[in-house]
Ligand binder design. Structure first.
Ligand code: EPS
Length: 393
């Protein structure tokens, strides 16, 4: 399964083409649109989310509610486009001069992007570097997520820290919720405006976001992501490009503003002796291997080991500050405070929804490499056979 997105933040629409989905997968528009709605949520979002109500239009690849094996085309209209038809005109030259943006924002793609692509105006960089692109990614990746869910594999997350608020350890509540699958965890997190599990941490996060907004500042945070129901043996240690931990990390780092990925408790593990790190093996009730800890995050030798996959992500604060940082005007070379573009104070809750989405095609591909198959029935039969086989060992 591969996918590609297109679209500018203030262009007419965002699009995605998803190729390689098996035939016979049941898809309902609401399954995609509910994920798009989740991506728009979160305390600390800016004005854009009041304008948009993202919905994906399916232009190919689905017939009578099921995939047909051919590429799926998805399109999400940008409602804000009607306010940008002059500034973002594709062919007509505007009658009045559209002022160029020439003061790059530190931490954004602006400076390098304009030099690299030879622009005298930062606008084209802003348009495509914008995290608005993740709406198309969520729509595209949700198809893989639906595929996985139909095979008993669920992806969920919660926000463990926003700025100074929150915690550094996995919440005990998350552990309890995960026994019912990762959907239960995400469902619970969705009831919080910052997707946190602890009410007092939520209050601290809301207060921190309010303060950042008043200060014209922004806040990043930490997200804990889990995948449940994954059989052991996906991925491989035999070649660098088949290592599943590497592929998961790459998918997550590709999300705008995600700067760190930790598998299991990797950073804490690094400071402890091996005897306190590795998850000891025991024989379980049905003679299958069991671990009492999961510090490896469900991945050993770059393969799934049958435990819950656990990944932690660090999102940096958004680079557009309403109290701007020091920069310079690239046209005049005068020092100047950086450009202000409408933005969010905090988008960590949205980022957690995006993270849930982008790992789905990675796991789906690893699963399809194991089972093969072009339609849902043969894939689910083969997976069932494989699950039975490994449960005997
Ligand atoms: C976003 C849409 C953008 C920003 C945000 C994410 O909309 P606009 O550029 O029209 O305000 O709100 O993008 C950024 C924070 C960024 O740095 O690009 C969205 O749909 O998620």
């Amino acid at each position: 399964i591969r996918y590609i997105t297109a679209g500018e933040s203030h262009g007419p629409a965002l699009s995605a083409i998803v190729e390689g989905l098996p035939a016979g997968l049941e898809v309902r528009p609401e399954d995609i649109n509910s994920e798009l709605a989740r991506r728009q949520q979160g305390y600390g979002r800016g004005g854009r989310m009041k304008i948009e109500t993202d919905k994906a239009r399916v232009l190919s690849g689905i017939r009578f509610g099921k995939t047909i094996g051919s590429p799926v085309t998805l399109q999400i209209e940008n409602r804000d486009w009607e306010n940008w038809t002059v500034n973002m005109a594709q062919f007509e030259k505007p009658t009045d001069e559209v002022p160029a943006i020439t003061i790059p924002r530190p931490g954004h793609a602006d400076l390098v992007g304009m030099i690299k692509y030879g622009f005298e105006d930062i606008r084209p960089v802003i348009e495509r570097a914008s995290a608005r692109e993740t709406a198309a990614r969520v729509a595209a990746c949700t198809l893989s997520r639906i595929f996985l869910r139909s095979l008993g594999i669920q992806i969920g997350s919660y926000v463990s820290a926003i700025g100074p608020s929150g915690s550094d350890t996995v919440s005990a509540k998350a552990g309890q919720l995960l026994t019912d699958g990762a959907d239960a965890l995400s469902g619970n997190a969705d009831s919080s405006c910052v997707r946190m599990l602890d009410k007092s941490e939520e209050e601290a996060a809301v207060a921190a976001i309010d303060k950042a907004k008043t200060d014209g500042d922004t806040l990043g945070g930490i997200i804990d992501l889990f995948i449940t129901g994954v059989p052991m043996g996906l991925g491989s240690y035999v070649q660098h490009d088949r290592r599943l931990d590497a592929e998961l990390a790459a998918a997550l780092i590709s999300i705008q503003a995600v700067k760190g990925v930790e598998i299991g408790s990797a950073f804490r593990n690094a400071r402890r002796p091996g005897s306190q790190v590795h998850d000891e093996l025991f024989i379980g009730k049905v003679d299958s291997p069991k671990r009492k800890t999961n510090r490896a995050g469900g991945l050993e030798g770059s393969m799934t080991n049958g435990e819950i996959i656990h990944i932690r992500l660090a999102m940096k604060p958004i680079a557009t500050l309403m109290s701007p940082l020091h920069s310079f005007d690239i046209a005049t070379l005068d020092t100047h405070l950086s450009h202000i573009e409408r933005s969010d104070t905090c988008a960590v809750p949205a980022c957690s929804v995006i993270a849930e989405a982008v790992v789905a095609p990675v796991i789906a591909n690893a699963l399809l490499l194991k089972t093969g198959g072009d339609h849902m029935q043969e894939i689910s039969e083969r997976l069932e056979t494989y699950r039975k086989e490994i449960s005997k060992r």
